[in-house]
Design a protein around this ligand. Structure first.
Ligand SMILES: [Zn+2]
Length: 67
């Protein structure tokens, strides 16, 4: 995945697909409108299933990142 520091990563709580939903900076009103109408490009779940940040990692294979 390419590094996009000026984009905001979101993920689908249903299928865990991750994508960059926002190009920053963006007017907050535009961002809010975008968020309200957002759908997962993979499973088409509505914005209520979409969360900020990367998808949570499974508990397996996380020993190297354990806090
Ligand atoms: Zn999805």
């Amino acid at each position: 995945m390419t590094d996009e520091p000026n984009s905001m990563l979101v993920h689908c709580g249903w299928c865990r697909h991750e994508w960059f939903a926002f190009k920053l900076p963006m007017p907050i009103t535009e961002a809010a409108e975008l968020a309200a109408n957002m759908r997962c490009p993979e499973c088409d779940k509505p914005s209520s299933q979409i969360y900020c940040g990367p998808a949570p990692v499974d508990k397996i294979n996380t020993s190297a990142e354990r806090v």
